[in-house]
Design a protein around this ligand. Structure first.
Ligand code: ZN
Length: 251
């Protein structure tokens, strides 16, 4: 069975559509949160991902944008975008975002796997380093943990009793690229599919992943999209300019 894994779409419709257009056939979709916030197409993105189903986890921006969290922990730009999104979302879409479940999420069809936004220990925690990953793995009952929140595509794997981080080697930003990693079954790993709508690893291409459970194989993708169009929408909406510029930097 193949699972399409999406995370941190952040209301970026152009990036989402580009990824869905090239995603290989799959049996289900997992969405690791931050569907909205930052970008200018919250309703369009919510409606698109609602239609895809199936596994969902809420992100910190989902909470604040739907009004069940406050902007206190956000920087001023993120806070402004969240309040803009809150006004923009239709009541129905806002209620759907507010109802997204808190991770970790387990699903019987994907055994030995859990889905979180930040960390299995704290939905708002950032897993940025190997020691942080080790703590998260020790607390995790599953071999596979899919997480987002950092907007950094990559994988942390236990190798020879040590947690080792691997980041993408994909470098040709003019085209779509993919990278396949196969692990022995039962290997403990933390996998970040990357951010669709606001990558922060210096590569502006949208990121997602496919998990093939029969092979225990993880494939990372980077997909060019119409960044200029997403930027124009942000500027026209009156959202902070920084949110448009950062898309072309991938930061
Ligand atoms: Zn995010």
């Amino acid at each position: 069975m193949r699972l399409l894994i999406l995370s941190d779409i952040h209301s970026n419709l152009e990036a989402l559509e580009a990824c869905l257009a090239v995603a290989p056939p799959h049996d289900a979709v997992a969405n690791l949160g931050d569907v909205v916030g930052y970008g200018a197409s919250p309703n369009e993105v919510v409606e698109r991902v609602r239609g895809l189903g199936k596994i969902f986890v809420r992100g910190n921006h989902d909470r604040v944008c739907s009004g069940i969290g406050e902007t206190n922990d956000f920087n001023p730009v993120a806070g402004m975008a969240a309040l803009w999104t809150r006004k923009k979302l239709t009541p129905e879409n806002c209620a759907w975002v507010a109802g997204l479940p808190k991770g970790p999420i387990l699903n019987a069809e994907w055994p030995d796997t859990q889905f979180v936004h930040g960390s299995p220990l704290d939905e708002d925690g950032y897993i940025m380093t190997e020691p942080m990953a080790e703590i998260a793995m020790d607390a995790s009952p599953c071999s596979n943990t899919f997480f987002g929140h950092t907007h950094m595509q990559g994988m942390l794997v236990v190798t020879n009793c040590r947690v080792v981080m691997s980041r993408s080697e994909m470098k040709d930003r003019t085209r779509m690229e993919q990278e396949i990693i196969q692990l022995p079954r039962g290997t403990k790993c933390l996998v970040n599919p990357g951010s669709i709508g606001q990558p922060r690893d210096g590569d502006p291409r949208a990121g997602f992943a496919i998990y093939d459970s029969s092979e225990n194989e993880f494939t990372f993708y980077r997909v060019p999209y119409d960044v200029a169009k997403a930027q124009q929408r942000i500027l026209r909406a009156g959202l902070p300019e920084r949110l448009a510029f950062r898309l072309s930097e991938g930061r």
